[in-house]
Ligand binder design. Structure first.
Ligand SMILES: [Zn+2]
Length: 346
């Protein structure tokens, strides 16, 4: 199928065509959509993708507001709205992907199978045609928490892009077929996690970051950066065994394999020292947890230890994407962690 069948195109859309709200606009979108907006400097282009996951609306909200306000960007802008199909499933903006479909942000690599693969391939063709100087991919996290960026490269350009939104960049060597791997085409590419999908702060940040991204002559040099960026390299992923139980309580009830305090989310991005307890472990011990690195090695001893039924970090760590949602904790992961210095634990 040609791109014309897979994608819809909007050029400098007028406010009339956008609906009064992002939901009205989404209602009018029929397919993954490419939006071109002409800039002051017509010789250059920057790109932003969003809504790759249909339940992560901050980027859509920001783009809708920005388009309604009729800004003239510094350079041409290319916007890619990926997951329009899952986003439109009622209730709107609640489905990450189609019920039988694949995660679109795992499809940006060969062999581009299925409908999502075809959409990803068409989006990549659009990028190759437009040749943007950089690319952002704007998402929301499932739990609440501060914003952060993710990339596969850590250099001045990637840090400068990060600084438009946040002061934390997670650098990963893991390759999953995510759009941020477009960085390998020598185009600085950063994923922005704005914060929780239900969080007004996340929507506001997505908008403010978009205004910075589109209104500056230079977004790729660090001298212009808003703030210093802390780089966290190759976090390990701590997972809970599928049959294990977790509770969020001030004290363990004695029935769960793992108990975290209800305010554990406040630990996000803070440093936890080896003498600070994180929670309580049940009779099964640490065997219900696994700590996996980007290269699939496992080593729990370097991450957590147990003393008198309580769990402590084995060394000073910085943990993030901690959730108090037991469903996410079990289906995705408990948290990510690096050394307090930002270096990989192993
Ligand atoms: Zn996402």
């Amino acid at each position: 199928m040609s791109n014309a069948n897979l994608l819809d195109y909007l050029n400098d859309p007028s406010p009339r065509t956008l609906g009064r709200s992002p939901l009205e606009w989404l209602d009018r979108l029929n397919k993954p959509t490419v939006v071109h907006v002409a800039g002051r400097d017509r010789s250059r282009t920057r790109a932003m993708a969003t809504l790759l996951h249909g339940n992560e609306p901050s980027g859509l909200f920001a783009l809708h507001r920005w388009l309604l306000e009729q800004h003239t960007p510094e350079v041409n802008m290319l916007f890619l709205l990926g997951g329009v199909y899952p986003a439109k499933i009622p209730p709107a903006l609640s489905s990450r992907q189609l019920p039988e479909g694949r995660d679109l942000n795992r499809c940006f690599k060969e062999p581009f199978e299925g409908e999502e693969g075809a959409i990803a391939k068409a989006m990549l063709a659009e990028l190759r045609k437009t040749q943007p100087e950089c690319l952002l991919d704007v998402h929301n996290t499932s739990g609440t928490g501060p914003a952060f960026a993710v990339s596969i490269t850590n250099d001045a350009a990637h840090q400068a892009l990060t600084s438009l939104y946040t002061d934390r960049l997670i650098m990963t060597d893991l390759r999953l077929g995510a759009l941020m791997e477009y960085s390998e085409q020598e185009v600085p590419t950063v994923t922005i996690e704005c914060g929780g999908a239900q969080d007004d702060h996340a929507h506001q940040l997505a908008y403010e970051g978009l205004v910075r991204y589109t209104s500056r002559a230079d977004v790729l040099s660090l001298e212009k950066a808003e703030w210093n960026v802390a780089v966290l390299r190759n976090p390990i992923r701590v997972e809970l065994a599928p049959e294990a139980t977790i509770e969020y309580r001030l004290e363990p009830s004695g029935h769960a394999d793992l108990t975290f305090p209800p305010d554990i989310e406040h630990r996000n991005f803070g440093i936890v020292s080896p003498d600070e307890p994180l929670g309580w472990i049940g009779k099964k011990g640490l065997g219900i947890l696994t700590a996996i690195s980007h290269n699939r090695t496992e080593n729990m001893e370097q991450v957590l230890r147990v003393q008198d039924g309580q769990i402590y970090p084995a060394q000073a760590i910085k943990a993030f994407m901690i959730t108090t949602n037991p469903v996410i904790a079990k289906s995705d992961c408990l948290f990510y962690a690096v050394k307090a210095t930002g270096e990989p634990i192993f």
